[in-house]
Every structure is written in C-alpha cells, then in structure tokens.
Design a binder for this molecule. Structure first.
Ligand code: HEM
Length: 501
C-alpha cells in the first residue's frame, strides 16, 4: 500500500492535535475526590453513556463506586451525589448553589438582564409562601374556573373519541390560564394573547435546554458564548411576549395607583401577584414608566418559567400514567365522582384535600416520572468534604442522583414498580419532601410552589377524569423519553371520550 508524503503528514499532524487536546483536557482531580469511573475514549469520556444510557449507566456506577462518584462528561468532571450525599447538599445551602450551576446551561441572565436570570428567587420564594400558599383557599375557586375554560377550549366535546398528542406543549396551554389569572389578575388574564404569552414564555426560555453542549468539549464557556450569540446581537426569544404583557399591564397598573390615591384606606386590593409587587419595597412604583414595566415583566417571566413548565410537565406525566393503567380507572373515578357530588361541582380547598387517592397517585407519578439525575448544584466553597470523606473542589457541578432516592428499598423489593397508593398507605402527601422523594428539592430552597402545583394538578386531573374516559392510543403504558438524564413526557396519542352523564 502506498501513502503519499501529504497523507502521512496529515496523519502525524492530526495525531499531534488530538494528543495535545487530550493532554490539555485530561481531567485533573484534586486530592481525595470521589472515585472517577474509568473510561475508554479520551476527551469523550462518559459523554455517550451520559447522553444515551444514563439510567442503566448510573445504576452500574452506583453499585461499583458507592454513593458519590465522578464522571467525565462534555469535557468536564461532574460529581454524581447519591441519596446520602444529596441530603448533605440540600442541608449545606450556603456551600452549594442551584442558580449558579444552572447559569451554564440556561444563560437566562442574557435574556432577563434586569433581574440577572434567576437571581432574586429567595424573595420570590417568600412571596410564594405568603401570597400564594397562604391564600390557596382563595385561589382554588378561580383555578377551577380557569382550568374548566382551558379544558373546554383545548379538549372540548369528545362525543366522538378525540386523540391528543404533544403532552408537554398541550398542557402548557392548559396550565397557562390559571397561572395567568393568579399572577396578572382576573382582568388581564381574560385576554387570549395574555394566556398565550404564559405558555410561550415557558417554551421560549426552555429553548436553551434543547441544545446539547457539544462545544463544551473545547471549553464550557464556549458553549455559553455561542448559544447566547444571537441574544447578544439583539434577538430575544420572549421579546414579543414581554411586549404583550407590558401593553396589557400599563393601563391596569396605572388605574390601580390612581384608585389607591383617590380611595386611600377604602381601596380594595385585588388578589393577584402584580398587586403584591406594586406594593413591595424594591419592586413597586409610584409612576408606571416603560423601564418599570420592563423590569416587572422580567420578574414575572422568572415566575412563569418556574411554574408553568414544571407543572405542565407533571400533569402530562400523570395523564399518561393514568391513561395507560386501566386497573386504576374505576377506583380513582369513584373518588372524584363522590367529591363532585359532595361539592356540587364547585371545589373548595377542603374538597381538593379529600382527593387522597388522586394525591397518592400523583405522588407516585412524580416519583416514577423523575429525572435520572438533576437539580444540579455548584460547589461555592473552596472545597467541600462529604461525610464519606471524599472532597470536591470549588465550582464542581454536582448532579443529585434522583433515581437513587426514588428507587430506594423503602419502596419494597420492586421499587421501580408503579405503586399508586404508596403515599395513601403511608400517609405521605404528594407535597411532602423526604430523602426518598426529592422531586421538589429539599432544605432551605425546597420548592415553595409545590402546594400550588399539586393543587392545580389535582383539580385538573379531577375535572378530566370526571368528564372523559381517558386511555392511551396504543392501549399500553407509554415509555418515557430521555434527553441525557432528563425525562420528557411521551408525545404519543391520548384518547379522550365523553363519559355518559
Ligand atoms: C410540579 C411542579 C414543580 C416542580 C416539580 C418543582 C420543582 C422544583 C425544584 C426541584 C426546585 C429546586 C429546589 C432546591 O433547590 O432544593 C424548585 C425551586 C423553586 N420553585 Fe418549583 N417546582 C414546581 C412548581 C413550582 C411552581 C408552581 C412555582 C411557583 C408558583 C415554583 C417556584 C419555585 C421557586 C421560586 C423556586 C426557588 C426556591 C428557592 O431558591 O428558594 N415551582 N422547584
């Protein structure tokens, strides 16, 4: 075989380039780190297993290397924290930050510059606890009305069976309406284009999550620089939605300020989140300027993204779980029919609390529909030593290995089986966080919106189950889809057919 001089030269140069990249990118570990799982292909490391096979791969690593181990993914060393180390991370809230970790993959500080991405979630958490969870009984009736409007509009008459696909997208539209009602108030949320902005903002900001960070093979910052390039040249995925919100908010906020001035103590503040912000030091205004509207819309966009995307995902997951399990249909329907009779079709919070089978089903759906690993955190200390004596350095990204807590032996010999009444039998509501159920995180930063989310999902499922026979088009339990370790609802068909009344 003959090789020209140019071919040999190309091979040699190629070899040197790969060798140099490999040498530069070789993972450098500090002292006493969690064990690094060995890998075969330099530079690529564990990326292929991480992207295509996370569930099985993590499970094998957990068995061989214990509660904490390191992987080399997209040219970065990451630490996977099993259920023991996860508990420590959630407790050590000053040493780890979710927001600082998320910035790398979701650079929202470029899209929401006035609120610097997800900064300010501490204040938002306080607002949710006081204004939303504290007033949940007052919001329940409104949520119900809005969900019924959404269901009638998006699903409607199914005297002939109707097939609906695209789980997450479809439910974002359903959940956007009650969320708009709570956040921007009864008056503005009547407008269909405002409801659409709520669904669009959740989708528009999620766009960054779709792009696999291939450029991180060169350097993580390069991925961030490239994905944000269009934004730095003036494009904004949610500009149209922010402008729509600003247009509707301006006259309403101006009228509220004027009414307050005229009526003084007799002013009756509407119950919604924009009213809260209007009066909140640091968030309120005496005059509604364009800059104020831009700022407050960014605050609202943070809240919309955090609430609509997650809630829609779990309604979709629950509906697919229900539709694929005929053995549960009668039992769960009977509970809904009984409560519907008791409340004469108008739910108050105590009726929602009495949906104990539905609540338990929801908990199980959330448990078995969780990401393999997620709720990433960045180590903010110079180093952090776990109780198992392994140490990680500053800036290390740690993934909470969620399946390690979800598929734990407390759930019996077959923890991966679907156990709809586990919560009911063990008196654990869907909102209760414990070390075997980290769907809402834990500790100081545990999700403050979970009470609203579970209430909303239960009301939505209650109405759907009362109105329709619901089954999967395939007649089987649909498989979850994965993007790396993150799970997505199936996008297969669900068949709705009117129940005979
Ligand atoms: C099923 C739906 C939801 C899920 C699965 C979910 C999940 C989570 C998770 C895993 C965290 C991180 C917790 C941690 O760091 O320990 C979180 C935080 C947060 N969630 Fe939710 N969430 C949901 C619904 C909502 C809703 C409806 C709202 C708003 C009304 C909301 C607002 C927030 C906020 C503001 C934080 C940040 C809390 C802080 O930093 O202190 N979430 N959520």
């Amino acid at each position: 075989m003959y090789f020209s001089f140019e071919t040999i030269q190309t091979f040699v140069v190629g070899f040197i380039v790969v060798y140099v990249i490999h040498w530069i990118k070789k993972p450098r570990l500090s002292e006493n780190e969690p064990p690094m799982v060995p890998y075969k292909i330099p530079i690529i490391g564990h990326t292929i297993d991480f992207v295509f096979n996370a569930d099985t791969f993590f499970s094998k690593c957990r068995k061989h290397y214990g509660d904490t181990f390191n992987l080399y993914v997209f040219s970065q060393v990451i630490t996977i924290a099993g259920s023991e180390a996860s508990q420590e991370i959630f407790k050590a809230s000053d040493s780890f930050s979710l927001n600082e970790a998320v910035k790398d993959i979701l650079p929202l500080h470029h899209v929401l510059p006035r609120v610097n991405g997800f900064d300010g979630t501490q204040h938002m958490a306080k607002m949710i606890r006081e204004e939303i969870t504290g007033n949940l009984s007052l919001y329940t009736g409104r949520m119900q009305e809005q969900l019924v409007i959404s269901i009638n509009k998006e699903i409607g008459d199914c005297s002939d069976p109707k097939v609906i696909t695209s789980g997450q997208k479809f439910f974002s539209k359903i959940i956007a309406r009650p969320m708009a009602n709570i956040i921007v108030g009864e008056e503005i949320s009547k407008h269909e284009d405002v409801v659409n902005t709520f669904a669009n903002i959740a989708k528009g900001l999620g766009i960054f999550l779709v792009l696999p960070p291939f450029l991180s093979f060169i350097h993580p910052k390069i991925h961030q620089q490239v994905v944000t390039l269009p934004i730095r040249f003036g494009w904004n995925p949610i500009r149209k939605d922010i402008n729509t919100l600003k247009n509707y908010l301006r006259p309403v906020l101006e009228k509220r300020l004027k009414d307050k001035e005229i009526l003084g103590d007799k002013y009756k503040p509407p119950l919604d989140i924009i009213e809260f912000y209007l009066n909140e030091p640091g968030y309120g205004a005496k005059v509604i300027t364009d800059e104020y509207l831009s700022y407050i819309c960014e605050v609202l966009a943070q809240l919309i993204f955090g609430s609509v995307h997650t809630t829609a995902r779990h309604i979709a997951g629950a509906l697919y779980d229900f539709a694929g399990r005929p053995e549960l249909w009668d039992d769960i329907y009977e509970e809904q029919a009984k409560i519907d009779k008791e409340c004469n079709g108008v739910l108050a919070i105590e009726h929602v609390d009495r949906m104990v089978k539905l609540d338990s089903f929801m908990r199980e759906s959330i448990r078995t529909f969780g990401d393999v690993a997620g709720i990433i955190h960045r180590c903010m200390e110079d180093s952090y030593t776990f109780k198992n004596n392994t140490t990680i350095p500053k800036d290390r990204i740690v993934y909470i290995y969620l399946n390690d807590s979800y598929y734990n032996k407390v759930y019996g010999p077959e923890p991966r089986s679907f156990q709809p009444y586990y919560g009911l039998n063990n008196k654990i509501p869907a909102t209760k966080i414990d070390k075997n159920y980290y769907a809402f995180g834990a500790g100081k930063h545990a999700c403050p919106g979970r009470f609203l989310a579970i209430n909303e999902i239960k009301i939505c499922m209650h109405k759907l189950i009362l109105n329709y026979h619901i089954k999967t088009e395939s007649g089987k339990i649909n498989e979850k889809r994965y993007v790396g370790p993150f799970v997505l609802p199936p996008s297969t068909g669900i068949v709705f057919e009117d129940r005979k009344k």
